[in-house]
Design a protein around this ligand. Sequence first.
Ligand SMILES: NC(=O)c1ccc[n+]([C@@H]2O[C@H](COP(=O)([O-])OP(=O)(O)OC[C@H]3O[C@@H](n4cnc5c(N)ncnc54)[C@H](O)[C@@H]3O)[C@@H](O)[C@H]2O)c1
Length: 451
Amino acid sequence: MSDWYRDFANSGFGTTLVKQLGLPRPAVLRRFEPGQPLLPGPAIIGSAGEGRLREALTELLRAEGVHVQSPVTADGATDGEKPAAVILDATGLRTPGDLASAHDFLSPAVKRLRATGRVLILADPPSDADSPAQAAARQALDGLVRSMAKELRGGSTANLVHVPEGAEASIASPVRFFLSGRSAYVDGQVMSVSPAELPKADDDEQLLAGKVAVVTGAARGIGAAIAKVMARDGAHVVAVDIPAAGDKLAEVANEIGGTALQLDITAADAPQRLIEHLRERHGGVDVVVHNAGITRDKLLVNMDAARWNSVMAVNLQAQLDITQALLDTEGALKPNARVVCVSSQSGIAGNRGQTNYAASKAGVIGMVRAWAPQFAERGATINAVAPGFIVTEMTAKMPFGTREVGSRINSLQQGGLPVDVAETIAWLSQPGSGGVNGQTVRVCGQSMLGA
Ligand SMILES: NC(=O)c1ccc[n+]([C@@H]2O[C@H](COP(=O)([O-])OP(=O)(O)OC[C@H]3O[C@@H](n4cnc5c(N)ncnc54)[C@H](O)[C@@H]3O)[C@@H](O)[C@H]2O)c1
């Protein structure tokens, strides 16, 4: 399932042709490989006003072996190589006037950013501002980041993380994620961290070592990719899918040294059966990924009850019932558990013919937001990921025109891969991601839909 247009546009003749025709030239994205350095080059860190994160950021990057350059001067002079990342600590912003210093830092630095670079801004949340002027300045960064993400080329991304007072220790995991190849298809996004317990991983390389992770819908597609990435990162994966997908499920489980569990997650006894399996075989579970999902598309006026009910049952009710049972059963969720729920861009933007699907996926977003405080009380987290156009067997069957348009209408001008969703979920599952809770992270290349 390679991207023929991207490959053509990056070939010698193709590059010339698409340039002459004014067509998009999607870049080859920088994706994570184990053992890869965090960044393929140096980083520049700047601040707008008296930021409180700059020192910690510099220390964090140096510990990762990243060379931190001095900010570019107004005449464009620097101390060498083109940067692979430009990071702005905007926690010092007080008024819209202070934004001028953000511009003064970013403009020359981003001009020098190499391909597949990263721009990351850290700022206080507008909701915590002391005055309307301060809230305006903080909110202004939203528009700045989202526009920058649309301007960047060469597979580079720009994202914004809100860091409230007291949550400074929570930034390490998101900063590493957004700079790394794990976030290849996460672009133009705004998310928040909160103060939290941050247990250390057992192993610095394999961040899920020693963890037991359940992945539903793991027989194929995005679920199989999630299972593989979790196993690569050290987890023992319990791969769940319906009995009809048993052969493929066994293949996935065997490939990664995991366990296959045939289970229809909508069955009345599914939560109990799953929990029994986890307690007896593994002494509980560390990570639960609610990935299984179905579509039964029809315009609302033509949609029968069966279509509506089946989609709600798999995509939303099963996630609610299993999660509630895990919370209610002593010893089912291990300490610092992580739950990650798969939503969809359709749940944010809506989609013609998908009232049932979009309703279920929007419901997931409401669910994680509402559960987050209860999870935080036990040192756990619950988050959602909302994939955009992801290249799977399903999308390969779409008519050519629909598929081409669907996969190009985002800032990265290409569809994402199942591994992009999987990397984001594996990141949210890490022990160090305890400060990310109740969030919905879009993995959509900054899709124009629902932006
Ligand atoms: N592919 C995309 O572009 C895309 C975009 C946004 C969101 N998503 C979401 O990502 C998730 C995975 O999508 P995919 O494209 O890999 O789908 P897929 O159809 O390829 O795989 C879904 C898996 O879930 C399993 N499943 C369905 N009902 C089940 C049940 N009752 N119990 C247990 N397992 C069940 C299926 O057997 C299948 O193996 C879904 O939640 C989907 O809504 C996908």
